[in-house]
Design a protein around this ligand. Sequence first.
Ligand SMILES: Nc1nc2c(ncn2[C@@H]2O[C@H](COP(=O)(O)OP(=O)(O)OP(=O)(O)O)[C@@H](O)[C@H]2O)c(=O)[nH]1
Ligand SMILES: [Mg+2]
Length: 459
Amino acid sequence: MNNDIIVAVSTPPGEGAVGIIRMSGNGAVHIADKIFLPYNKDVSLSERRNFSLNLGWILAADENRIDEVLVGIMRSPHSYTGEDVVEINCHGGGAALRACLQRCLDMGARLAEPGEFTKRAFLNDRLELEQAEAVLEIIRAKTERGLQLAVKQLSGKTGRFIAELEDRLLGLNAMVDASLDFPEEVGDLDQEEARMILQETIGTIDSWLEAARRAEIYRDGIELAIVGKPNVGKSSLLNALSRKEKAIVTDIPGTTRDIVEEYINVRGIPVKLMDTAGIRATEDLVEKIGVEKSRELIAQADLVVLVLDFAAGIAGEDMEIFQHIPAEKRLVLVNKEDIERKAISEEELADKFSSARVIRASVKEDYGLDELENAIEELLLPGKQNADGLEIMVNMRQKNALLKSLDFAENALQQIGKVSLDCLGVDVWGALESLGEISGRSLKEEVIDRIFHDFCIGK
Ligand SMILES: Nc1nc2c(ncn2[C@@H]2O[C@H](COP(=O)(O)OP(=O)(O)OP(=O)(O)O)[C@@H](O)[C@H]2O)c(=O)[nH]1
Ligand SMILES: [Mg+2]
């Protein structure tokens, strides 16, 4: 095991009431002792109780006081990393914190690499691999909702789920191996049961990948493009949704030339809004470039709101843009509902946009925006009511492992009865091993145990 002492500032950069320096490694308390002058000089830091908070000063090399601090001690193994951990609570702000950090380095600690405290927690069996990964997700979570999901993973939900899957596949693996190695005692493989186990496995992995896709939306957010003809109220919509006066709004068509971006939070989903130049056939070179960009954005965005104007009616250009938007990304917002003389009828809307969700709104009077937010959520997370709470954080590595496992399981299911037990075993083993990449569990010994346990061979 790595025995050096690592240290880092563990609070975010910038001004704050307190800034915390965290040091981990056996001997960390000793290092802190050398640079710390306690209020109560009779008892040195090394002699203090575990989990005590100790008031005093951090001293410079020339014994001048750098900062008044509170030092917390958590000795091995009862700490986050499982090693001796010292936390020095300094006053926030750069200078004192940096000087304290430097003193720890002077005394022989080294600067921690990103994520190294969590890595040590994993290496010292304080955290499961997924829990360690969840900690990193927590640090990165963008919205409250994303944070809740990360916390859920940390509590071991993922771990239990994987363990169940592994267990089922281990059973199947034992069935295959037993029929292969002890045909006399065990007989042929029960194909019906094997099929059932594989179907269950595939179903579970599928639903898990779906839950992961939902969680990804909360974690990574989506991009939403606002498109439509000039002057329909696209920039007004961006301003209303973000509650800022970010984009310029005028009654002159062609006001927006560049793409204006703003981040908002829709029911916990981080959404990047992109307001575009009004799309129309034009001779103006600058506008033409803007229109071209709008087309690109439609392709790139996860959702597209086509804004229409009750005052202006539906033009050929509107239908052309609408056709450009893939069906699963389409939302139509008919704006300026507040005006008296409407140029768009209900029949026309029903007729032309039957395949899309149509929302009547007045950005000016703050009407219909709630419905728009609902529609965004429903398009992204269909069936949310039923599936609420079933989101699970999965990172790239875990997702790839799941896809691999799914692949093996599907192969195995197809091959039952068609190939030798040997070949079937390879796929079942592959499915298991891919899951092992997530749990970090080595299965080799358990497989052997299972054969002897389930079939009582060699009793
Ligand atoms: N009556 C009424 N006017 C609105 C509403 N929403 C926007 N407007 C007005 O419509 C005009 C155009 O608004 P913008 O938000 O600049 O429209 P845009 O689609 O961004 O226009 P371009 O940038 O030129 O493409 C402004 O005068 C707005 O005040 C609404 O709900 N009702
Ligand atoms: Mg605009």
